[in-house]
Design a protein around this ligand. Structure first.
Ligand code: ZN
Length: 584
């Protein structure tokens, strides 16, 4: 597993010893080497404190230990964040080399965000859905990082702590939102399924000794009982807290989570203007296409109605369901070839993307396509493009999905997930390895890049500037735009369900099921839905700034390569580096 780990620990140790043994060196040291080691030590120390975060990051040496969510662990988290901030304050970021300056900013943001979460946002007190034992156990059961018996021993050890875990969780919850209570109940049903009969069968057939098996089953029974009593308690607890977090908390969370130069309110205005621009563009395409596809049918007077008619008509063009995965596999080399021919950015041919059918344990989350990237402790592993075959779908569900991922949108999906979207961005990020940027990566940059890649590829001629492609792109991009508007309006402007549905269905052409799902998601999370548009808008702004700065010397490939070389850092920080702007 962690080839990287031992050398790093040794490095951290050397750093500490060196600091002890050289009292003559200035305490305000900000030599680059010193900070790099400090940053690594802080990130690893953060991981070491959380067996659960370690498991997510692909490190399993303490997989059997459980963090109890009690007041003592919150106090320890706060102390760790304060100590981390004090350590960071010893370094003046403006004197650090660029890559380290960004790590400094990421770590500082993380520690400040932890403090804000614990003291101000206090989600630990009102969101019972954050308490679930299933996540880490599911990963241990499904990730073949070690022989099965070893993994089952780690699970057994975790199961022993489940009763104490839910006792601590109960002590935290005070007046949750009804929505999060409902989600917690749904999740606990999922946990009981994970700890159900299939696991008993698996243990019985495993290499565990009879005594270990008996102990496992005793712990399993006690864990199930604890989850059932958590469910019963949740069913009775008063839940009246409003799910809308309000403008003040929202702006604060937006600042920590996105780290954009814009405020959430500014981003809303930006998204609203972009919606208008997309509608105008889609209408132009619709009018152009009407005689070709719907000749003889009267064109509706209402702009959104006629766009919707054309979108629905074109959506009928799609691959047959049995060729869904094969078609995606076919397109990947074509996208790579286009990027090469147009000289859009550097590609690494030594690390090809492996398209595979989504492993069964990863299905059911709703995503039809996703990228599985190697973790920081397993950097040479393959990158997988998981595509879920439609075999298990009902005829109706498959037809709806194929209309959604029609002839044009399927290409845009591949650009987003694979080339030059997530997969390409990740390969570039791996060339400048930094634990801070890998583990504290900025989601708005990662998603923003994939969304930017869609538009950039079309601008460069993927799809031959066909009006059908731009129309479908408009519909696809409207989802990102309206996600941002919805999230901000729901949490800070009192947007009602009817208003949200109207925005999604009438103005963004979404199916009722998709819109209903999004309304649910927007009430359960805050800010996350804005990250796609936020990162995208910030990248477009940065590109325009670079073009203005460089004039005719601007080169798109250089811009992309420079942008990607920094890693998964906030767009604002990458922009400061590229444009030479200083920011305190
Ligand atoms: Zn994405």
């Amino acid at each position: 597993m962690s080839k990287l780990l031992r050398p790093l620990s040794a490095l951290a140790l050397v750093c500490l010893l060196a600091a002890c043994q050289t009292p003559t060196s200035p305490p305000m040291s900000s030599s680059p080497e010193g900070f790099a080691q400090t940053a690594e030590r802080l990130v690893l120390a953060g991981l070491d404190r959380s067996p659960e975060a370690s498991i997510s990051a692909g490190r399993y040496d303490r997989a059997g230990e459980v963090t109890l969510p009690d007041a003592a662990s919150r106090a320890a988290d706060l102390a760790f964040a304060e100590a981390g901030l004090a350590t960071l304050a010893r370094f003046d970021p403006t004197t650090l080399p660029p890559a380290q300056r960004i790590d400094h900013g990421l770590l500082k943001n993380r520690f400040e965000s932890t403090r804000w979460q614990l003291q101000t946002f206090r989600e630990w007190a009102w969101n019972p859905a954050r308490y679930s034992v299933a996540g880490p156990i599911g990963l241990l059961l499904n990730t073949p990082y070690a022989p099965e018996a070893e993994r089952l021993r780690a699970v057994s050890s975790r199961l022993a702590r489940v009763p104490a875990y839910y006792a601590a969780a109960r002590g935290n919850i005070d007046n949750p939102t009804p929505e999060h209570r409902e989600l917690a109940l749904t999740q606990s049903r999922g946990a009981l399924t994970l700890l159900g009969p299939a696991l008993r069968t698996r243990v019985a057939g495993s290499a565990l000794s009879p005594a270990e098996q008996a102990e496992f089953i005793t712990r399993l029974d006690a864990a199930r009982a604890a989850i059932e009593s958590w469910q019963a308690w949740l069913g009775t607890v008063a839940a009246q807290r409003p799910f809308r977090i309000g403008a003040e908390l929202y702006e604060q969370k937006f600042r920590f989570d996105v780290q954009s130069p814009l405020t959430a309110a500014q981003l809303y205005d930006r998204a609203a203007a972009e919606k208008e621009r997309l509608h105008a563009d889609m209408d132009l395409r619709t009018r152009e296409l009407w005689p070709r596809y719907l000749a003889g049918q009267p064109m509706p007077d209402d702009r959104l109605e006629r766009i919707g008619r054309m979108v629905a008509h074109l959506s009928q063009q799609h691959v047959p369901r049995e060729q869904f995965v094969a078609e995606i596999r076919r397109q990947i080399p074509l996208l790579a070839e286009f990027v090469r021919r147009k000289n859009l950015l550097e590609q690494d041919e030594t690390r090809p993307l492996v398209v595979r059918e989504t492993p069964p344990y990863m299905r059911g989350g709703g995503a039809i396509a996703s990228i599985s990237a190697p973790g920081p402790f397993n950097p040479t592993a393959n990158t997988y493009y998981n595509v879920t075959p439609l075999d298990d779908f009902s005829a109706e569900a498959a037809a709806s999905l194929l209309r959604e991922y029609n002839h044009w949108v399927l290409q845009i999906l591949n650009i987003h997930e694979a080339i030059p979207g997530h997969y390409t961005q990740l390969l570039h990020a791996n060339k400048a390895p930094s634990l801070a940027k890998t583990l504290l990566r900025n989601g708005a940059m990662v998603e923003g890049w994939a969304v930017y890649a869609e538009r950039m590829m079309l601008e460069q001629g993927w799809g031959d500037q066909a009006p059908e492609m731009w129309l479908m792109y408009g519909k696809w991009n409207l989802r990102v735009v309206t996600n941002a508007m919805l999230d901000i309006a729901i949490h800070t402007r009192g947007m009602t369900e009817a208003q949200a549905m109207d925005l999604m269905q009438r103005e963004a052409f979404q199916e009722p099921a998709e819109a209903a799902n999004k309304w649910r998601r927007a009430r359960l999370s805050q800010v996350q839905l804005t990250t796609y548009f936020s990162g995208y808008a910030d990248i477009l702004d940065l590109r325009a700034r670079r073009q203005a700065q460089l004039g005719t010397a601007f080169d798109l490939k250089t811009f992309h390569d420079q942008f990607l070389s920094v890693g998964s850092a906030p767009v604002r920080a990458i922009g400061d580096l590229m444009t030479g702007a200083a920011r305190p």
